[in-house]
Design a protein around this ligand. Structure first.
Ligand SMILES: Nc1ncnc2c1ncn2[C@@H]1O[C@H](COP(=O)(O)OP(=O)(O)OP(=O)(O)O)[C@@H](O)[C@H]1O
Ligand SMILES: [Mg+2]
Length: 382
């Protein structure tokens, strides 16, 4: 049987649509190469915008299906590479100005998830203080509370009010006294009310916080994740493949293995882990005597295991907790205290390892394909 030509295959590939950019991969210049072998095998290489592109498997299946339909094709192999910066620039031109990225996060340069497989290790405390430290160093930052069940960011950053909606129907984040822009489900529910949502509802809430909040220009948006590796991490991985993760752990090796599960979730979705923060790392008395209450070495162990830097070791500190309880982050209230210095050092580690590139918010499946929504309706500001 006659083999198909490259042109025929290219024509077929016009059926493969990038769900995010809403154009076909031929038009987008994402078909890197087409090879036709004598036995009818066809190899197609598709260039993605990011290595961790979550729609990889969509392309894999769509390309295979489109090419298999041609007469003479016996097998289809689909490979991937990543567009160079120059090619991404060309793509941006093809799409027109401001098309890539788009949405409410278009001007947010870095999205960083603060996570841990373990509860109570200080994720929220680190999120609030890191955002305050980055802002204080001249890098405007926001904190998004993704812990819809146990939200604590409003209290830690000292903000609580009903957010307003602007003319474009975007929810305005609140300005906290330390200058950090804040959004939390806590602003929408009665004080201390329990939020009982299941997966799809949760997905919708997080999506709304990313898409419908007027984040505007921010260098860093820090996401405070709930403990564990559940639905929220998965949602974030789908919506924000460019997000980076920081894993918080306490110093005892037993905690480190649980904390690592958060990291495993990140690696499973090809998300980059920026580093580890060891929290509650020893206690120094006013006389200078040091006690390693929660053991030692867990942070370094986890960092080595993940092959990422240990961004900081934050000591146990009563003022850190007190200030978190009072809504004044320690890093701004007492910038020179030992815990503040450790957090500020971690913030500098973040600055050093985050290129100032714009992330792209991924589109999500059509409503028809999405799982049915259950639970109580999302409280949306009217
Ligand atoms: N280095 C520290 N020294 C003293 N207290 C701390 C320290 N880090 C956190 N805490 C306190 O420990 C408690 C738990 O911290 P936090 O709420 O930040 O943890 P979390 O990991 O977000 O918890 P959850 O898993 O429930 O979301 C808080 O009361 C906080 O003030
Ligand atoms: Mg928390």
């Amino acid at each position: 049987m006659a083999l198909p030509t490259k042109d025929q295959i290219t024509e077929q590939l016009r059926a493969v649509i990038d769900p995010e950019l809403r154009k076909n991969i031929v038009e987008l210049g994402m078909v890197r190469s087409i090879e036709i072998h004598e036995d009818g095998r066809v190899e197609v290489v598709v260039s993605l915008t990011t290595a961790g592109c979550p729609i990889r498997s969509h392309f894999e299946q769509a390309v295979a299906k489109a090419v298999t339909d041609l007469d003479g094709v016996t097998a289809v192999g689909v490979g991937f590479d990543v567009l160079s910066d120059e090619e991404k620039g060309d793509l941006q031109k093809t799409l027109g100005r401001n098309k890539l990225p788009e949405g409410a996060l278009a001007k947010v340069k870095n999205v960083i998830c603060v996570s841990s497989g373990k509860g109570g290790v200080g994720k929220s405390t680190m999120t609030a203080n890191l955002a305050a430290a980055l802002t204080a160093e001249g890098h405007p930052s926001g904190a998004l509370d993704c812990d819809v069940y146990g939200y604590s960011i409003p209290r830690m950053l000292g903000v609580n009010a009903k957010p307003e909606v602007n003319g474009e129907r975007k929810i305005l984040p609140l300005d906290s006294p330390s200058g950090v822009k804040v959004m939390s489900i806590g602003f929408f529910v009665e004080e201390n009310a329990a939020v009982v949502w299941r997966g799809p509802m949760l997905h919708k809430a997080i999506q709304q916080f990313l898409e419908d909040v007027a984040w505007d220009e921010l260098e860093y948006l820090l996401l405070d994740l709930p403990p564990g590796t559940g639905d929220v991490s998965m949602t974030l991985a789908q919506l924000l493949p460019q997000a980076k993760f920081i894993v918080v752990t306490t110093p005892q090796p037993a905690a480190q293995s649980v904390a690592r599960r958060g990291a495993e979730m990140a690696t499973k979705f090809d998300l980059e882990i920026l580093g580890v923060i060891e929290n509650m790392s020893g206690f120094t008395t006013p006389d200078g005597e040091r006690f390693t209450i929660f053991g030692e070495g867990g942070g370094q162990l986890l960092a080595d295991e993940l092959d990422v830097p240990l961004l900081g070791k934050v000591p146990l500190s009563e003022p850190l907790r007190e200030h978190a309880d009072n809504g004044t982050p320690l890093v701004t209230a007492e910038p020179d205290s030992p815990a503040s210095q450790a957090i500020r050092q971690a913030a500098r580690g973040i600055l050093a390892s985050t290129p100032q590139e714009l992330p792209v918010l991924q589109s999500v499946p059509d409503a028809a394909e999405a799982p049915p929504v259950s639970g109580i309706p999302l409280p949306v500001v009217q």
